[in-house]
Unconditional design. Structure first.
Lengths: 358, 306
């Protein structure tokens, strides 16, 4: 199962960010740690870091950060599967953290080197997918729901049925091209736990989607927000942050988490096995979890921070935005996806192949 | 050539880079994938090579055969449309003045200067609901509607109440359109190469002896250009068959081609052995088609010789 997500921001700030990255990378190392080269190889999502974060870290510590980008968890996983090509820090989503722990691909974190863990909100200091947070620390989190064009709906489409089981918006619907997520949200509509692996239930979702297919315009490559913004579709299944970014430019767009609930995800900072600079990776994690640094990142990328110290520094506009921080009533009905084994992976892939071939 | 074969050392030095290249970057990786196709997935990262045929057996499931068939269908239509469009283009280049010929050839290969991904995104901007095709149609609709109002027929609303955009994107039409757009140069160039070599006196003779333009084209030009047609068909069909980017970006909910399934095996499904088996099945089918063609042409030349 994958969770591709483009962390898109406005072009100008992106270019500014690029400049900052270039500047950060070109800053030479000033002070080398005794044992380790002053460097961190960071493998991150696109536009998922603060405007000057890497530069600031280089200034503060003399450690240079080289950042590569991946487009989705599958790319990250495939790249590290055959052995770590030299990354010190990666940002997988929770179920991939679980999968990588199971495959023995993650290093144990030394919490004593990361005092800023104390900044994390209490609910993020432990996780079911990584008991005791031995291998991962939270970076950003969010939900999934329906982004929609207000002028084209009678009322907020607050049920997954508008995507999965209705001809009301025929031909004006985009779904994520992500088999795992599509099946899981279908299970939510059926009132079942999204982590169910029961083949009969998954079959039921498959049949529903095959019936609904003629009304769905596209299984989008994680560009639902663009399809919505350009008027190609009226409803799209998307990650909250992606919709938020187009909402800033278009007042007619809104986001809702359906009443059946959705998915809660969490992107985590992890050190992969075989990392050449683990000491500096720990320092960089600690730097990212600092209140001010965390606030600068959240302000730039507009995703929800699990960092209480960082959140306290943010504007009310950010802290009280329900599309960034959904109310508790919404969070209660959402679930986190867990890693369900390789057999499940195959079941989902075959389901997806059949849905598209039907 | 004689000098080369006489001086074996020069032959060795010149032959080594391409041989090494072929070995290291083509045959070895291909061999690895071939071995992988007889493997079994054990856990998340481990693959045991057990020389099982299970992956091939699974690939022969009707579900996947149906997707193979659909891919052949898409690639076949693409090749046919490319041939129809490319023939006049190649003829035009062949008979262009020496001044225009290089310019036309340059225009043909110009798209290669831009990355496939960027060209595909550009197509999205052209075909989407609020894209350039629909903008043009809307403009024409408005002009036509205004004209109707002008002649006093406005109240009949002959053209409908308002402009309805044409759905050009996210369907199978968009996939074939995209494939034709991408593969057209692959058809034009071999056709041009064949037509350019064609002895024009045959055409003149045919016309002089009273054959019509069409008859000359069908009985003289096409048979003489046949080698170009065959290579054009092959180098268009094979890459079109293995496309995954175009159906991914332009296709709708039922535009999945076999390469999309293969890609998923190496990414989200994390089933490399099965992906390897599907890839090799595709390759075997392609080889089989090429072998059939070789046999057919050998049969034909044998017949001609007899």
């Amino acid at each position: 199962m994958s969770m591709p997500r483009s962390h898109r921001i406005r072009r100008r700030s992106f270019l500014a960010g690029l400049g900052a990255v270039a500047a950060g990378v070109s800053l030479g190392s000033r002070r080398a740690l005794a044992a380790e080269e002053a460097r961190v190889n960071f493998y991150n999502w696109d536009t998922y870091i603060g405007e000057t974060t890497l530069e600031d870290f280089a200034k503060a510590t003399g450690v240079e950060v080289k950042m590569d980008l991946f487009a989705d968890n599958d790319e990250l996983f495939a790249k590290l599967k055959e052995g770590n090509p030299g990354y010190d820090l990666i940002v997988p989503t929770n179920d991939y953290v679980e999968r990588m722990i199971a495959a023995g691909m993650l290093e144990t974190l030394d919490h004593s080197k990361i005092p800023n863990i104390a900044n994390l909100a209490p609910s993020f200091r432990d996780a079911a997918f990584d008991p005791g947070r031995k291998h991962s620390l939270p970076y950003m989190w969010g939900t999934i729901g329906i982004g929609y064009r207000k002028s084209r709906v009678d009322a907020p489409p607050d049920s997954w049925k508008w995507l999965y089981d209705s001809d009301r918006h025929s031909g004006r619907i985009a779904m994520l091209g992500d088999a795992g997520v599509v099946v899981q949200m279908g299970l939510k509509l059926l009132g079942k736990p999204l982590n169910s692996t029961e083949p009969a239930l998954i079959k039921q979702v498959e049949e529903m989607l095959i019936r609904q297919k003629k009304h769905i315009k596209v299984f989008a490559e994680d560009n639902g927000q663009d399809l919505l913004a350009s008027g190609e579709v009226d409803l799209t299944m998307e990650w909250n942050g992606d919709i938020l970014q187009v909402m800033e430019e278009d007042d007619d767009i809104a986001f809702v988490v359906p009443r059946e609930g959705g998915l809660l995800w969490q992107d985590c900072l992890c050190i992969p096995k075989g990392a050449p600079h683990p000491m500096n990776a720990h320092r960089f994690i600690d730097f990212l979890l600092d209140g001010e640094n965390g606030a600068a990142i959240a302000d730039f990328i507009q995703y929800a921070t699990p960092n209480a110290a960082a959140k306290a520094l943010m504007s009310a506009e950010y802290r009280e935005n329900p599309a960034i921080f959904p109310p508790d009533s919404v969070i209660e009905i959402c679930e986190a996806s867990v890693y369900k084994g390789e057999e499940y992976q195959r079941l989902i892939d075959e389901t997806w192949t059949r849905i598209q071939a039907a | 050539m004689d000098d080369l074969s006489a001086n074996r050392r020069v032959g060795w030095v010149l032959g080594l880079p391409p041989t090494a290249w072929l070995l290291v970057f083509f045959l070895v990786p291909l061999g690895l994938i071939w071995v992988l196709s007889f493997g079994e997935k054990r856990g998340i990262v481990d693959i045991a090579i057990t020389w099982t045929f299970d992956n091939y057996q699974r690939a022969l499931d009707p579900l996947y055969l149906q997707i193979f068939a659909k891919s052949f269908w898409f690639a076949g239509i693409t090749t046919a449309v490319c041939l129809l469009v490319a023939f006049p283009i190649a003829l035009a280049i062949t008979f262009a003045t020496p001044r225009w010929k290089p310019i036309l050839l340059l225009l043909t290969i110009l798209p290669f200067w831009t990355n496939l991904l960027i060209r595909t995104y550009a197509l999205i901007a052209v075909l989407r609901t609020r894209g350039y095709v629909n903008f043009t149609l809307e403009w024409l609709w408005e002009k036509a509607d205004a004209l109707l109002v002008l002649v006093g027929l406005g109240h009949l609303q002959l053209l409908g109440e308002r402009f309805e955009p044409v759905e050009l994107l996210y369907n199978n039409f968009a996939v074939v359109f995209g494939l034709v757009y991408v593969h057209l140069p692959f058809m034009v160039l071999p056709l041009y190469a064949a037509l350019d070599r064609l002895d024009r006196s045959y055409i003149e003779a045919s016309l002089d002896l009273g054959a019509s333009q069409f008859r000359t084209f069908a009985s003289v030009v096409v048979p003489l250009a046949l080698p170009g047609i065959v290579s054009g068909v092959i180098i268009t069909f094979i890459p079109a068959l293995g496309s995954f980017l175009t159906p991914d970006l332009l296709g709708g909910t039922d535009s999945q081609m076999i390469a999309n399934v293969i890609e998923r095996q190496f990414k989200s499904a994390n089933d490399w052995p099965f992906g390897a088996a599907l890839s090799f099945l595709l390759m075997y089918i392609t080889f089989f088609a090429l072998a059939l063609r070789a046999m057919a042409s050998r049969g034909r030349s044998a017949m001609e010789a007899a």
